[in-house]
Design a protein around this ligand. Sequence first.
Ligand code: DAH
Length: 337
Amino acid sequence: MSDECASIRASCNQELQQAANENDLYQIKSKYLGRSSRLTALIKSLKDLPAEERARSGAAANALKISLQQDIDIALENMRQARTVRAIAEQAPDITLPGRRTAIGTLHPVTRITAKIASIFTSMGFSIVDGPEIELDFFNFEALNIPKDHPARDMHDTFYVSDAQLLRTHTSPVQIRTMQKMQPPLRILCPGKVYRCDSDISHTPMFHQIEGLMVDTHVSFADLKGLLTILIHRLFGDISIRFRPSYFPFTEPSAEVDIQCVMCRGMGCRVCSGTGWLEILGCGLVNPVVFKNAGYDPDAVTGLAFGLGVERIAMLTYGINDIRLFYENDLRFLSQF
Ligand code: DAH
């Protein structure tokens, strides 16, 4: 009896030592503690023993059963812990891998050009102002010497909000608003969104303009020419410029400024329609009628004004051929600036 117990014990110990995984341990458990185990057979055979020996052998068999159970459970637990340790090691971060970068956005080309032009003018004493995008007809047209039936209104493709309200078609109304609030001398620059019912390769219904206004006692066309020449040379480098007579109801005299075509250097190409020149802004000396409408004494002050389209400058600066690219939110385009 005790020989059999010792033999079971030894054989089980040996198998426990050889077990490679939890499955092996479950098999050992059923082999040594299951219904057809040697131990079960031994316990069954106890009933044939004399009473005294039965008690002793029974106690020994029971002790063996408990001890086998404990050993197998401990082996199982060890195996499970080893598995957990292995899994943690496998999942541990590889600290030699490069970290994940946070993508940092870039400034929109329209924002970049606006900031550049703003800094050129603030360096010359101009302050930045703004005005509402939903504007009164009075500020957008009437006060700028564009009455109801004036043909210049046709060029503006206006979005009307009501009879008296509209989405501003240019930044020029800010001239009037500023003059109503501030006394001369003044130098202001107003960048902002403007709206026109127009959409094609060179027009979007919303685009950006920058308006400039300078009023003092002796502002002349020479000042206008000087300021805009500085602007253009800082934007495009040393290129040719021409001031071409034009007409705007709110300036007199008026001019449009052309630069030598940046694509063909003046040779003539598709972008400049073969002329070698590109129109980039409108300007002039403030019409005395506008001063009167804004509450200034037209005999006491003179002024210069100009307005330019930011997208157009950005397209020429970066060589972009379709204005709609600015507003499609395509990162492949936007991340190039
Ligand atoms: N407001 C004009 C436009 O949108 C541009 C312009 C021309 C502004 C002449 C001015 C100016 O201040 O003097 O076409």
